[in-house]
Design a protein around this ligand. Structure first.
Ligand code: SF4
Ligand code: SF4
Length: 361
């Protein structure tokens, strides 16, 4: 089996990609060429083992569908991807041979990427006649770092949703938290994986929040960086899907947006080659990166609890305080906020929209 699965990219594209990686890492002082130098200097490509457990393969698809040229090409040209079940050509005993050879010969050197959650009951998920949890323990034991990619691997996600007959658990509950980096998302954004791998290669383990997520990705609340935030502040809300207000950047909180409880850089990094993201297309955020997703965020199109405003600013600023359970801690105060904004004469955007509507009529 060929161990070089991906093509080379041009120097120009390489620098462009390194610029994107530097931006994703928040390395304002580090130029793209410096990132490129560090990556190019790694003469020996770090080996990667990518395991697929209980999932829909959406994170693989997200990663492999990223636009080209992009960071995916660069990273894969600087890594030696030894084992990746969803696309490797080899089958059966041949793949097992590659896996075990990598574990033994690259002990302490390889990065394990785990996609999917782990059933803890025998027979609910197996590779080569071995339960997922045994395979995970073996691979993780000698890995340099373990990346739990996607909400299923990081927190259990949809496979662990009620009633969870296979008693599915996240990766960190099987092998401990010590060398696990959670990259949640349903699916995970390719740039999250890429920038995390670059961080591990360049600087070691990134700083994590209390949910095991890199702070440089998940350290900010979506609501604080949302392009519809001005509408929220001015009390301009979409009341139901299909309204023209969806396309006029009105806030989606009343139709279920969970942005105020969700922490990631989606508004800045965006999706599909940085072209758009959930809120921009009028879908609202469903909180897919949070530990309590999906159970605590359903129904997806019901609005967050409409509670009092006091204390809200302090809660939303700290990702570590949010995520286990929605409820009383979610204090948005939509009605109060709208009234307050009106009283302060802050409804300039609303007035502009009303004026525009009159003109159009
Ligand atoms: S509630 Fe959602 S749509 Fe409204 S400002 Fe916050 S993140 Fe944006
Ligand atoms: S905007 Fe929300 S639902 Fe969409 S990818 Fe980001 S965290 Fe997930």
């Amino acid at each position: 089996m060929s161990r070089e699965l991906f093509r080379e990219v041009s120097r120009r594209d390489f620098l462009k990609i390194c610029g994107g990686v530097a931006a994703a890492l928040g390395l304002s002082e580090m130029s793209a060429s410096e990132v490129a130098e560090v990556l190019a200097a790694s003469a020996k490509k770090p080996p990667v083992v990518w395991l697929e457990f209980g999932s829909c393969s959406g994170c693989s698809t997200s990663f492999l569908n990223a636009d080209s040229p992009n960071a995916v090409d660069v990273i894969l040209n600087h890594l030696s991807v030894r084992y990746i079940e969803v696309i490797m050509a080899a089958q059966g005993a041949q793949t097992e041979e590659v896996l075990h050879e990598t574990i033994e010969k690259e002990a302490g050197n390889y990065i394990a990427v785990i996609e999917g959650a782990v059933p803890t009951l025998d027979g609910y998920g197996m590779i080569a006649d071995r339960n997922f949890y045994d395979v995970l323990k073996e691979v993780a034991a000698k890995a340099k770092a373990v990346i739990a990619l996607g909400s299923c691997a990081a927190y259990g996600g949809i496979p662990a949703a009620k009633p969870n007959p296979g008693q599915v658990k996240p990766v960190s509950e099987i092998i401990g938290k010590e060398k696990v980096i959670n990259i949640p998302g349903c699916a995970a954004n390719p740039s999250w994986l890429i920038s995390t791998v670059v961080h591990v290669l360049m600087f070691g383990m990134p700083e994590l929040d209390s949910f095991g997520r890199p702070k440089f990705i998940y350290g900010q609340c979506i609501h604080d960086n949302c392009e519809r935030r001005a509408s929220f502040d001015e009390g301009m809300y979409v009341e139901k899907y299909g309204d023209t207000e969806v396309g006029r950047d009105y806030c989606l909180v009343k139709v279920g947006c969970k942005g105020p409880n969700t922490h990631s850089n989606c508004p800045q990094i965006r999706w599909n080659g940085s072209k758009s993201w959930c809120v921009a297309v009028g879908a609202g955020c469903i909180g897919c990166v949070e530990p309590s997703f999906p159970d605590a965020f359903m129904p997806f199109h019901d609005r967050l609890p409409d509670l009092a405003l006091p204390g809200w600013a302090g809660i939303r600023a700290d990702a570590d305080l949010i995520g286990t359970v929605l409820g009383a801690a979610t204090a948005i105060g939509i009605g109060v906020h709208a009234v307050g904004a009106a009283a302060k004469g802050k409804l300039g955007k609303r007035a502009a929209h009303e004026e525009q509507a009159k003109t159009e009529a």
